[in-house]
Design a protein around this ligand. Structure first.
Ligand SMILES: CSC[C@@H](O)[C@@H](O)C(=O)COP(=O)(O)O
Length: 352
């Protein structure tokens, strides 16, 4: 299998595949400070909920390693500021806050270590978060591929692949696992305006791995469903509320409504780090609004008149009633609701 690694740590530096330039240019940006890491998250050099989380964890480790403070207790205090800075980068994907919290908790639990040991411990935790992500995605894939039939054509939105994670992917991980299991699958990728993650990234990943893929513009999705070409829809997630309502890339909600109308199963694939058990419903999920330029321009080409008003929400929320199942590393939650997600939370606490 050809691998697409987008996050590489080496010798105190984090190399991030510049996803803004794909698929035309394959170029890495090297970050030596936590500020540079934060900038890369904000500017979407790296994007996708699990990838953002792992990157932020390395940002915390790099922040500790590059700090000039002379004792561990002061460094823990400094890490709280670094955490605040990194938390400001993108608001919707909860994996960002989850990874930063996990790093802060490790910092607080190890404040008795020597400065050098403490820095090593933080780096070790960042590596652990990154390595676990790959393992978790494979488990999601193993659970999810059982839902895929030989010969299925699967529609996906945005990019929930190796690029959006440390490797393998969530929604695309399920598709990869089905492909690896010898099932013939065909992918329909929505281009995903305005940032074109589907056209630029999902299509690229599928072409790289020789998984058959057809690219469509977002407004073609309803028509291809009506033509009977789509058997399943699988998307990733940026934040899942305690009742199963799911925030994902703008346009996901429209797909879920269309799926219901056409009787097509609509699956969400996500690690448990994407659940925000602290919020009851999707109404509480903060939705990022991005620059109007993403809508008025495609690349450097202006496509809208100067002075036009723009609304550019980057995510929407799909109510849980539209979701056939959520696939996590713990298994498949059919018809997700508050009760089933509370049971998942119990399972996580029991199994760790
Ligand atoms: C496995 S990633 C799942 C989601 O993060 C993905 O579908 C998505 O919406 C990404 O949004 P992005 O704005 O590109 O970070």
């Amino acid at each position: 299998m050809k691998k697409v690694r987008s996050i590489i740590y080496k010798d105190g530096k984090l190399k991030l595949l510049d996803q803004r330039k794909l698929p035309v240019v394959t170029e890495f940006i090297t970050c030596s400070t936590y500020e540079e890491v934060g900038e890369c998250i904000r500017e979407m050099v790296v994007r996708g909920a699990p990838a953002i989380g792992a990157t932020a964890a390395y940002g915390m480790a790099i922040g500790a390693m590059t700090s000039s403070v002379k004792d561990t207790l002061t460094l823990v205090k400094e890490l709280e500021h670094i955490a605040e800075y990194l938390c400001q980068t993108r608001p919707t994907a909860v994996n960002l806050f989850w990874a930063i919290d996990r790093m802060l908790n490790v910092a607080k639990a190890n404040e008795n270590l020597s400065l050098e040991e403490f820095k090593e411990r933080l780096l070790e935790e960042a590596h652990q978060i990154a390595n676990e992500d790959i393992e978790i995605n494979r488990r999601i894939g193993a659970h999810g591929e059982k839902l895929i039939d030989d010969g299925d054509t699967i529609l996906t939105h945005c990019n929930a692949g190796a690029l959006a994670t440390v490797d393998y992917g969530t929604a695309l991980g399920v598709i990869r696992a089905a492909h690896e299991a010898g099932k013939k699958v065909h992918v329909y990728a929505d281009e995903t305006r305005p940032y074109l993650q589907g056209a630029r990234l999902t299509a690229w990943e599928m072409v790289q791995e020789e998984i058959p893929v057809t690219l469509i513009t977002d407004n073609m999705a309803g028509y291809v469903m009506k033509l009977g070409r789509i058997q399943k829809i699988i998307v990733g997630a940026d934040r899942i509320a305690a009742n199963g309502d799911t925030a994902n890339k703008i346009g996901t909600y429209s797909l879920a409504v269309l799926a219901k109308e056409h009787g097509i199963p609509f699956y969400v694939a996500a690690p448990v780090s994407t659940f925000d058990f602290s919020i009851k419903t999707g109404d509480e999920i903060p939705i990022e609004e991005r620059s109007p330029r993403e809508v008025t321009h495609i690349g450097d080409i202006q496509i809208a008149p100067e002075g036009v008003k723009i609304f550019n929400p980057a995510f929407d929320v799909t109510p849980h009633e539209y979701i056939t199942a959520i696939i996590t590393e713990y298994g498949v939650i059919k018809n997700p609701d508050a009760e089933k997600i509370a049971a998942l939370q119990d399972q996580i606490q029991k199994e760790g």
